[in-house]
Write a protein that binds this ligand. Structure first.
Ligand code: OGA
Ligand code: MN
Length: 285
């Protein structure tokens, strides 16, 4: 297996590996490349949902989901991410429209995810890219004054807030009770590397102990900083691409650089659970 770095800032292609086969011999090198590059992709894969599930399971336990597809069904563990409506036609406002805004998957959970894996089934003739921003580099590039100012701050991540502000579909009372907001440190420490990054994205509703507008302005400044071109890697999809990335130090978004109403974009998706990051550090300290 070869690891071909795309970065800086991040990303690498793996060649000479077929993720639908028994890759146990290659896993130590895959994990090492994942830690170093944060996002890996393998072209030309032919993956059934079972293959995707089995390959993802090598990284940890598999997440279940609360989101629903265009027909109203809750996503299965391996599920579609598409721009198709309930009739299977391309739509300008896909069911999971929030993917078009900067986020880290399941940051609104007490124990957010480790990685997300997507496999491209159908891609538009051009565009339909996904962007990834490196929050470790972004944190490191902050000036000393900003680092000091944000040290120790805590941020609320709320699925309900995202639903209200982005999708315009406020959660029902039942959904709200199932997904209460969670508090995370604004400076996140990667559990494997110990590196600091920023805990930001579309679920951030407020900074604790700070006036609402001031906190939201600070979050916007940090997001604008972290999503400058020097911190971004863009994945240009080809059919058969298998891409997986580290949600613990990246944010990502789909971009609308294709006609969503005209072309089909169909990916299969699975998410791997993270581990608690609070060990030895009380959330209230
Ligand atoms: C996701 C996601 C972006 C895309 O699947 O979590 O944000 O480009 N996808 O489809
Ligand atoms: Mn996502």
């Amino acid at each position: 297996m070869e690891v071909i770095a795309c970065g800086p800032p991040l990303g690498a292609e793996l060649r000479g590996i077929d993720a639908s086969t028994d890759v146990s011999q290659q896993m130590p090198d895959v994990l090492d490349a994942f830690t170093r590059h944060h996002l890996l992709f393998i072209r030309g894969q032919q993956m059934t949902d079972q293959h995707i599930y089995e390959f993802a399971s090598r990284f940890g336990h598999i997440e279940s989901h609360k989101n629903r597809d265009a027909t109203g069904n809750v996503f299965s563990v391996v599920h579609g991410i598409t721009n198709l409506d309930a009739e299977g036609k391309p739509s300008r406002k896909p069911a999971v429209y929030e993917n078009y805004f900067w986020h880290s998957d399941k940051a609104h959970e007490a124990v957010p995810s480790l990685l997300t894996m997507l496999c491209a089934v159908e891609v538009p003739p051009e565009g339909g890219d996904t962007e990834f921003a490196d929050l470790t580099r972004a944190y490191a590039a902050l000036d000393a004054g900003t680092k000091a100012k944000i040290d120790g701050l805590r941020v609320e991540h709320s699925w309900g807030y995202m639903r209200e502000t982005i999708t315009g579909r406020p959660p029902t009372e039942e959904e709200r009770l199932k997904s209460p907001p969670v508090i995370h440190p604004l400076i996140r420490v990667h559990p494997d590397t110990g590196e600091k990054s920023l805990y930001i994205g579309m679920y951030c509703s407020r900074i604790l102990d700070m006036p609402l507008d001031e906190g939201q302005a600070l979050l916007k400044t940090l997001t604008d900083h972290a999503t400058q071109p020097q911190f971004i890697h863009t994945h240009k999809w080809r059919q058969g691409d298998l891409v997986f990335w580290d949600n613990r130090c990246l944010i990502h978004r789909a971009i609308q650089n294709f006609d969503l109403g005209a072309h089909r974009r169909v990916l299969r998706r699975v998410v791997v659970k993270g581990k608690p990051e609070w060990i030895g550090r009380s959330p209230s300290s």
